[in-house]
Design a protein around this ligand. Structure first.
Ligand code: ADP
Length: 489
């Protein structure tokens, strides 16, 4: 490890099944590397179908215990888990930075953000209530129960190695469900550290199970999780193509699904915007995690009258981003996660420049480490025929388009199969309302470039996914409504 942990017991390399640290049945292991340096971080248990099934069995057995606890008891254990995470946030952040390449200030922010879901859903656990309904039949009384859906599965990505886990696990266990988690192959250690803290918090065995696997075995594990009739719900965050596969694989068992898939966020700067505020929001929304989040802006649309001013100020701010090893002093942008990411960014930049975009900043790799550093990049005069106008870049590249009128820019912004996050800046109240209604997105940031917190319903429309995570709606995905009719009254 490139740091000395305060608590070395947080560094775990075995899978976590039925309350025990276990190697894969096959004995196989896979390498986790540090994307800043290319160095080996750890060899982790490479689970397969047998281990996935063992985890499902453990979760099924634990369900009988966990769902019978009172919500207050479940909330109490969750609260302890939340406090332990905050107490160990420094180790957790540095572990995340090591395996995920997230710049340290952002990694620290993610631990606090991720923990907030556990606190929130511990509180929400106690507010799950059924109803007594007004019956149309004189001899009958009608009521509803809300009950945990059962054993759940979660598959999570590397770009939020902590928060995407807590955002799924917390509502599941708050509702009384148990869960099998398959974390991303790039960042399993952040997941396993959470399990160590879950043991200390006092969760019964089998409530939370973590099956670690490399890319190839993840496919096998995914098939077992989808095919199991015992698993009643699957929650996935990742790419749209993988989301489609999981949806198809879940059809035979008619699983309930939550899917948080790709985005292609537009960021519109109207002529009446506060340009300074827009630039600050634009930088935050574009370059966080080196552009590798599903809510990162992929297309900036700037009104022609403020275009040159915005482009100049934005470029000036983007120039201040310091790229490098996440443990180096002052670094605000780490590496991309892997070579594939670099390839996609290079392809989008080269294509845009060939089609007439003005390269104002970056457009090249930053030497060093494992060769995964890419400079913060600004491309002005982007046009709809460019690859970057259609596909999610998932890298530190800002493509800026010019527009003339509101109706036009709304049409352009909505012209995508994605519908996750969107942003716009305006100080005209009528326009704010009108545009917020017109954008076909699950989330709209008005005069802000940052959307996520535990109170907000996070999720997309169209091919960006199904369901909402976080917020008071987030628990519904883990509950079934049972209707009870009492006749003969
Ligand atoms: P990303 O672009 O964020 O890596 P992916 O959709 O490729 O997105 O991966 C997100 C998660 O999905 C990871 O945990 C990965 O291991 C898992 N995954 C990828 N392909 C499959 C698959 N065919 N079946 C099940 N899980 C998969």
């Amino acid at each position: 490890l490139p740091f000395v942990p305060n608590d070395s017991a947080l560094i775990r390399t075995e899978a976590f099944i039925d309350g025990a640290w276990t190697g894969a049945a096959s004995g196989a292991r896979f390498a986790v590397t540090n994307p800043s340096t290319g160095e080996l971080v750890a060899e982790v248990a490479n689970c397969g179908a047998v281990d996935a099934q063992a985890a499902i069995d453990a979760a099924a057995a634990a369900l009988e215990v966990w769902k019978r606890k009172t919500a207050k008891e479940r909330a109490g254990v969750m609260r302890k888990w939340f406090e332990l995470i905050l107490a160990h946030q420094d180790d957790l952040a540095r572990l995340m930075a090591t395996e995920g390449g997230k710049a340290l200030p952002e990694a620290r922010g993610e631990i606090v953000y991720g923990a907030s879901f556990i606190e929130w859903f511990a509180e929400e656990a106690r507010r799950v209530t059924g109803d007594v309904l007004e019956s149309p039949w004189a001899n009958t009384r009608m009521l509803t129960f809300k009950q945990p859906i059962g054993v759940c599965a979660a598959i999570t990505p590397w770009n939020f190695p902590h928060a995407m886990i807590t955002r799924k696990v917390a509502p599941a266990i708050a509702a009384g469900c148990t869960i099998v988690l398959k974390p991303a192959e790039q960042t399993p250690l952040s997941a396993l550290a959470l399990a160590e803290l879950a043991i200390r918090a006092g969760f019964p065995k089998g409530v939370i199970n973590i099956v670690t696997a490399d890319a190839a075995n993840s496919v096998e594990v995914g098939k077992v999780l989808c095919a199991s009739p015992v698993v009643r719900k699957l929650s996935f965050t990742g790419s749209t193509p993988v989301g489609r596969i999981l949806m198809a694989q879940s059809a035979p068992t008619v699983k309930k699904l939550s899917l948080e898939l790709g985005g292609h966020a537009p960021f519109i700067v109207f002529e009446d915007a506060d340009i300074n505020a827009a630039v600050a929001g634009a930088i935050a929304s574009k370059y966080r995690n080196a552009g590798q989040t599903c809510v990162c802006t992929n297309r900036f649309f700037v009104h022609e009258t403020v275009y040159e001013e915005f482009v100049a100020r934005f470029t000036e701010k983007a120039r201040l981003i310091k790229v490098g090893n996440v443990f180096a002093e002052g670094v605000t942008q780490g590496p991309l996660i892997e070579q594939q990411g670099i390839d996609k960014v290079e392809s989008h930049v080269n294509d845009a420049v060939a089609k007439g975009a003005r390269l104002l900043l970056g457009g090249k790799k930053v030497e060093g480490g494992a060769g995964l550093f890419y400079a913060a990049t600004v491309l002005a005069d982007a046009t709809p025929d460019m690859q970057i106008a259609r596909e999610e870049t998932f890298g530190p590249v800002a493509a800026i388009f010019k527009f003339k009128d509101e109706a036009d820019v709304i049409r352009l912004a909505n012209d995508t199969e994605f519908g996750l996050a969107s942003y716009f800046y305006s100080r005209d109240i009528a326009r704010v309302w009108r545009v917020a209604e017109a954008l076909d997105y699950g989330m709209v940031g008005v005069n802000t470039g940052i959307l996520g917190n535990e109170v907000a319903p996070f999720g997309g429309v169209k091919q960006s996914g199904l369901g909402r995570e976080g917020s008071r709606y987030g628990m519904d995905d883990y509950l079934e409504i049972k209707y009870v009719a009492l006749g003969g009254m």
